[in-house]
Design a protein around this ligand. Sequence first.
Ligand SMILES: [Zn+2]
Length: 385
Amino acid sequence: MDKVKIRGRDYRDLTAVEIHAAGGLISDIRPLPQDDSLPILAPGLVDLQVNGYAGVDFNRCPIEEESVLGVTRHLWRQGVTTFLPTVITNGDEEITAMVAAIASARRRFAPVGQSVAGIHLEGPFISPEDGPRGAHDKTFVKAPDWTLFQRFQRAAQGNIRLLTLSPEWPQAPAFIRRCVAEGAVVSLGHTAADARQITAAVEAGATLSTHLGNGAHLLLPRHPNYIWEQLAQDRLWCAMIGDGEHLPMSVLKVFMRVKGARGILVSDATSLAGMPPGRYRLHIGGEVTLSPQGRLSMADNPQLLAGSARSLLYGVNTLIRQGLATRRAAWDMASVRPSALLNLPTRHGLNIGAPLDAVALRQDRQGELTVLAAYQRGGCVWRDE
Ligand SMILES: [Zn+2]
């Protein structure tokens, strides 16, 4: 078995350590004399919502298997060693073809097999209402359908690990029970559900809210409403887009305080993430503008966001910069916590027995973290030259 040694400072308390790995697993962590010149070592980031990256779109049929490998490599540079390609509402044939292509890429390319922990299917069983539906195509929105979901899951070779749906459909509780029994994590999102429906979904086994506070009506009754109801459900974890655009800092702060250790960051990155600024045409959304600062908006109405073009690392840095979380807490929200929700081997982080999926980081005086190297199953997969 390959043996590896990495020296650095543990991201939790900055103590200098030497991490030993054998066969891809951490076998020992030994203390070193303190040395502040060493990079910071942290578990690799885990992104539950990646719609695409660097021009690759997981929602445009057909998906080239090589392009999944390309996204995997791009994300290493941003510190992400685990992610869920996210396929949204589309025609049944299109969804079937796209999840099949991602599953094939997992089998065909070892790095994809290691980085892609599964597929996030966001839709088509969501709210048909304008607002909660977001940019999802209404033509393809439908009630939860177990036979159809099994068809998707067969095409995906069982890789659909996370399913976002709206519990406003009468079929939802029974459907959620079957999904959970088969090992999928069910998340509530793009929903106009009432309190009773949300409670029924949680009792049926739903455990997450998808990008809470986005994919919602512009105006809501002050109370009750589906944001309060999901916040108040202690069993629901909460995924938040931390790009600094989708949620005001005050909302992020409150969600984080309420959810505590069940707060998770996602990027919800689209195909334009990692692309140079400019004007682009998206097959969902039409003409959009990507600003030099990374804000993605509608070309004819810059007030309206057209999705996220920022990495998960940007979200972590936003929380640190805004003083909403310590380095450790912000990092955990985007690494070990999403791993714990999905019960992945990486949930143990930098501890003996866990896979050595890690990143080496530099932190500047403002607290900004940049990635120097990424390691997967003990091996260095990317290094900033
Ligand atoms: Zn969404």
